[in-house]
Design a protein around this ligand. Structure first.
Ligand SMILES: Nc1nc2c(ncn2[C@@H]2O[C@H](COP(=O)(O)OP(=O)(O)OP(=O)(O)O)[C@@H](O)[C@H]2O)c(=O)[nH]1
Length: 311
């Protein structure tokens, strides 16, 4: 089995709960002789219930109502239409996070609420960049909890990458400053910075991020190059609220969505893409280090819609 096939299998396997849920929500709406307004309404509702968002639900409804449809509505055909519409929305946002900053290092700030999978995602990103032969460094800028610092250190050890960390309650901006200086001096390509993700205290978070930005700007006016928000797909609509809050506060430049394997709510990825149009750099479909990847819009759309993959 080559790498592409096994990743695809993981993707389709991981999203099975999401596509099964979609099928459940659509039960009874297939194989109806007439595609009347009531059935269209019910299909639209089923798609909203599947977390795909109102805009996607309306798109699919419009496609079905176009009049081109005068056969019996089979499950296969409906899933195919859903997959096509999802692919259109995902294609422009499916963007891997490339390392292209010059001068190096590229500074990536990672934010996200506790439990979103932020630490694991940082480790997975680091692993991906190491695989591409980039020099990687981590910085423990989430000084709010000692456990977060400890966890990141364990990952740095396991991956064999340098880490700059301070003490609990330490100054995040100071740590980031040291990290950029060390990364620059040692020819590091990518510096991934764990930052606090406190939703409860927006002002404090904003002040801290503003300070980190000021300090970074002094060393390199282009930094931070990326601000990634990590979202837990299992939180469904809540993930959308987090984008709403963090988007401006933290000037988010892109998203990573985790835990798509453990949830029936994977449709939220589509709702997020359609509503916010932020690049989605990668998705998490498991706890293993290789379970975070950039995705292919077509494969992803077919995995969510539950159509067979074909190319
Ligand atoms: N199934 C699955 N689990 C994941 C994924 N990403 C992260 N996790 C798990 O989610 C849990 C929380 O991940 P962390 O990386 O510790 O999350 P965090 O946001 O840093 O959370 P705190 O350490 O509590 O702040 C861990 O058990 C991870 O293994 C994923 O894509 N799929």
């Amino acid at each position: 089995m080559n790498d592409k096939t096994s990743w695809r299998d993981r993707l389709f396997g991981g999203l099975k709960r999401t596509s099964d849920k979609l099928g459940e929500n659509l039960t009874g709406l297939f194989n109806k002789a007439a595609l009347d307004d009531q059935t269209l309404d019910e299909i639209e509702e089923a798609l909203i219930l599947s977390d795909l968002g109102p805009a996607m639900a309306a798109r699919v409804r419009d496609r079905l109502a176009e009049g081109r449809y005068n056969r019996e509505l089979t499950e296969e055909y409906l899933r195919e239409i859903i997959a096509e519409e999802i692919e259109k929305v995902l294609a422009p946002v499916a963007q891997p996070l490339e390392i292209e900053a010059f001068p190096r290092p590229q500074v990536i700030l990672v934010i996200g609420v506790n439990g979103s999978g932020k630490t694991t995602t940082i480790a997975k990103l680091a692993h991906n960049y190491l695989e591409q032969d980039y020099g990687v460094m981590l910085a423990a800028g989430d000084t709010f909890r000692a456990a977060a610092i400890g966890q990141l250190k364990v990952w740095a050890d396991r991956l064999g990458v340098p880490i700059v960390a301070g003490k609990e309650g330490g100054d995040a901006a100071g740590i980031v400053f040291d990290a950029v200086r060390q990364a620059t001096a040692t020819g590091i390509d990518v510096l991934i910075v764990d930052t606090a993700g406190r939703l409860q205290n927006k002002t404090e978070l904003m002040d801290e991020l503003a300070k980190v930005r000021r300090v970074l700007g002094r060393l390199n006016p282009a930094a931070p190059h990326d601000v990634i928000l990590v979202l837990d797909a299992t939180t469904g609509q809540n993930a959308l609220n987090q984008i709403e809050v963090f988007k401006e506060t933290a000037q988010v430049t892109g998203l990573v969505m985790t835990k798509l394997d453990g949830t029936a709510r994977g449709g939220v990825l589509v709702a997020a893409a359609e509503k916010y149009k932020l690049p989605i750099h990668a998705i998490g479909v498991g706890e293993k280090i290789e379970d975070l990847r950039p995705f292919d819009a077509r494969d992803m759309a077919r995995a969510i819609a539950g159509t067979a993959y074909a190319r």
